[in-house]
Design a protein around this ligand. Sequence first.
Ligand code: RNT
Ligand code: ZN
Length: 422
Amino acid sequence: MTSTKRIQAAYGPARDAFASLGVDTDAALRRLVQIPISLHCWQGDDVGGFENTGSELGGGLAVTGHYPGKARTADELRDDLEKTYSLLPGKHRLNLHACYAETGSRRVERNELDASHFKNWIAWAKARKLGLDFNPTFFAHPKAADGFTLAHRDKAVRRFWIEHGVACRKIGAAMGRALGTPCVTNVWIPDGFKDTPVDRKAPRHRLAESLDAVFAEPLEPKFNLDAVEPKLFGLGSESYVAGSHEFYLGYAVTRRKLLCLDAGHYHPTETIADKISAVLSSLDEMLLHVSRGVRWDSDHVVILSNELEAIAQELVRGDFLGRVHIGLDYFDASINRVAAWTIGARCMIKALLLALLEPIETLRKLENEGDFTSRLALLEEARTLPHGAVWDAYLENQGAPPGATWLAEVQRYEKDVLSKRK
Ligand code: RNT
Ligand code: ZN
């Protein structure tokens, strides 16, 4: 049997199995195709960017591994992204960092960046009907070398980073305007102390003031949406991070910003799944950085873990898909980078499919009746329904490679393209 025939033959019985539990698989697939995942450009070149300032990555970010073939130019990065998108079902987005500006041979300071430095990215995204998201880059820079930016005690350093933030919001708005879909511009700063500070208050005051200056100019939400990303700790900021969860939750609620929850930014037993409905009881929209910490905020490639399933379930069960922007955030330089993107993105999409295939109405009814025995029994039985057959049918419909066949495609690309980059 050809693979297409096998997939078609398996779909009917799978559809019936789900239908018997009140789940409409066709409707689930119609919903799934509308959910974009924002792919993070920085998996493609180990958070390198194209400024070539010689500055260390810093900011507590660490990429490990020496797998050959990383993108060295924006054109190479776009080629690798195109290869990745071709292996994914559905239409997705790209999340760019400011340090991926293309300034030709000229060195342009971060506070002087404008949309012209992203014109190739915008033209490329437009031609491929991709939405763009954006991030100011508050690391890998001499002015961030001591680990402080917007909360720096030196006013001139704060001013420089405020100007960078202001410039980036305008770039985000230009992207949103050009592409007809709002750009989520996410602010993450590394600011924090390695060792126990005696003054936890002052850096947070300075941070709030700097952020207010960055966000002073109102921008149209149909072009740009501002997000802020908290963190618990980082390499070199183990004892204190100015932009902690409580800091930014309060900030986002009072300033009406999106809150970005990164799955690696909490205590190891704490998951962001439980925070989504809590945050959305006070905010209209939020951003997710779907990541995978291993013992710490290690940014491993996203896999179909229980945590990922729980995140997707919350988005679907709470009917939050229209209010939550989903982005990926990890970087692994020890495996093929196109494969790293593809694995994480396909897992995210698969997790959303699993969530859309839950017999949620029955489960909700059981819970409302207080029948927790049946709730648990059904949740566990539902795990082994024929989800794979529905996933394969989706890949087939969308013209994406079924099963693990995408891997051969990546291996071919590695042989023909990546291995030639020395
Ligand atoms: C760092 C944050 C942040 C970065 C990217 C590169 O801990 O997660 O989102 O990973 O901006
Ligand atoms: Zn993040």
